[in-house]
Design a protein around this ligand. Structure first.
Ligand code: EPZ
Length: 419
């Protein structure tokens, strides 16, 4: 295993290119199951979750080529195995996204239950109920989902709770179902719009993506296409917070600021100076200490849960008191005890953290627990006085492409060493 060594308390300055979105790449890779010919994905990020998805698809019979320019040529048009094995699914919950496309295309799917993860129980009841609404027969036993369908039939699907991947699973399943499906209370994330744009290019008939009501008219087949994945708004937000927490100035390139409005709004509230162009955002803190900001996560277009840990880190050294409320996941505060070991003044009350900003943190030995919690520890270490080590950085590699290389480009004193 590897760990990061970070010497903090110096402002980060410079510009970096943001990679393609993890949470777009994963559903679109699974959507390749629906196509009757190969798909070429460009602007895909070098992430372990993408590699895991490719391994899972290869295990089911997909063939792919990784090109040097970070594009992926994948042919999932003839799967030879309709099972997503536990050994692969347990490392990445998003494997549940194989269910909708496989069921729609082959009428059969056996998918290991993803199980929970550090941030919560992560049930999949919404996925299963909606697929039953489309006519699937689903049984859960021995830790696997057994799904069958003579042929999915379009219908009205209402989600009691907004779910990103459940919305994505149903959209994909409905593209080649018989008739029309209308999803109500659909998730509205930009990554769903990206998936739908790719599916439409493949021949799907979908309207309403990015709103709470999405209509899918079933077609006979979908064809392979070439598609460029949208930029990763969470990676971009994380690096902007790195500028804010260290008092520096960072430009993130290859971004779509339209999908980052809630993040940018909160950064402006901290006193940051933000300038945007068509595809870049510059945050300049001018050496100032950030002001404390209250944060409450909820579904898009509100403040994203995937940025909660990063803003918690920012608030630990901000001027003033703040509250950070997590409404999406029941256990997304694993970073709190680690930040407290650096001198942060944080009190957890139910799903809200009360934070009293301190002038500075001190470096410490830290343990990463989940993807975004790890990012918050890196941010805190960059701001802290002294040296920090962060163990189990495999969590980071799931969602941040070559994080230490990008941070070095911005002037960080950071090394990755073998444990
Ligand atoms: C997606 O996860 C993202 N992952 C997550 O990003 C993100 O945090 C989350 O959406 C919320 O925005 C991918 O897109 C691959 P949900 P997902 O279903 O779809 C409950 C990251 O850091 N729920 O929208 O799994 C669930 O427990 C990751 O990049 C059910 O109860 O999240 C949660 O409380 C982490 N039953 C809420 O809904 C279900 O069947 C929202 O979860 C499904 C979800």
């Amino acid at each position: 295993m590897y760990k990061l060594i970070i010497k903090g308390a110096q402002p980060l300055n410079g510009s970096i290119k943001i990679a393609g979105s993890k949470n777009s790449s994963l559903p679109i890779l699974f959507a390749s199951i629906l196509a009757d010919s190969p798909v070429t994905l460009t602007n895909t990020p070098h992430l372990s979750d993408v590699s895991t998805t490719l391994r899972l698809l290869m295990d089911m019979g997909s063939e792919f080529v990784l090109e040097s320019d970070s594009s992926i040529f994948i042919d999932s048009s003839k799967l030879t195995k309709l099972t997503a094995e536990y050994s692969l699914v347990k490392t990445m919950r998003a494997s549940i996204l194989a269910l909708g496309p496989m069921l729609a295309k082959y009428g059969k799917a056996k998918i290991s239950l993803p199980g929970g993860c550090a941030i919560g129980a992560r049930p999949v009841n919404l996925h299963l109920k909606a697929l039953e609404d489309l006519g699937a027969t689903i049984e859960v036993k021995n830790g696997y989902i057994y799904a069958e369908a003579e042929g999915l039939i379009g219908t009205e699907v209402y989600f009691e709770q907004v779910s990103v991947t459940a919305t994505e699973n149903i959209i994909m399943a409905a593209t080649i179902a018989k008739g029309t499906t209308v999803i109500s209370n659909a998730a509205q994330e930009p990554e769903i719009v990206d998936l739908v744009n790719c599916l439409i290019k493949m021949g799907a008939k979908i309207s309403g993506a990015g709103t709470a009501i999405i209509t899918i008219k079933g077609v006979d087949k979908l064809s392979g296409v070439s598609y460029a994945v949208c930029p990763d708004r969470i990676e971009a937000g994380t690096y902007l917070v790195a500028a804010a927490i260290t008092g520096g100035s960072i430009t993130v390139k290859n971004v779509r600021h339209q999908s980052m409005r809630s993040i940018i709004g909160k950064l402006i509230e901290t006193g940051a100076n933000i300038k945007s162009t068509k595809n870049s955002i510059t945050l300049n803190m001018n050496g100032k200490r950030p002001k404390a900001v209250n944060v409450k996560t909820s579904a898009y277009p509100n403040f994203p849960t995937d940025m909660q840990a990063q803003f918690t880190a920012l608030n630990t050294i901000a001027d003033g008191h703040s509250t950070i409320t997590e409404t999406i996941f029941e256990n997304r505060f694993m970073h709190i005890p680690e930040l407290a070991r650096m001198g942060a003044d944080l009190t957890l009350e139910g799903n809200t953290v009360v934070c009293k900003g301190v002038k500075s943190l001190t470096g410490a030995n830290l343990m990463a627990t989940d993807l975004r919690a790890s990012a918050s520890l890196v941010l805190a270490a960059l701001a802290a006085k002294g040296t920090s080590t962060i163990e189990r950085v495999y969590h980071l590699d799931r969602g941040y492409e070559t994080i230490e290389e990008k941070l070095k480009l911005l002037g960080a004193n950071i090394e990755r060493i073998q444990d």
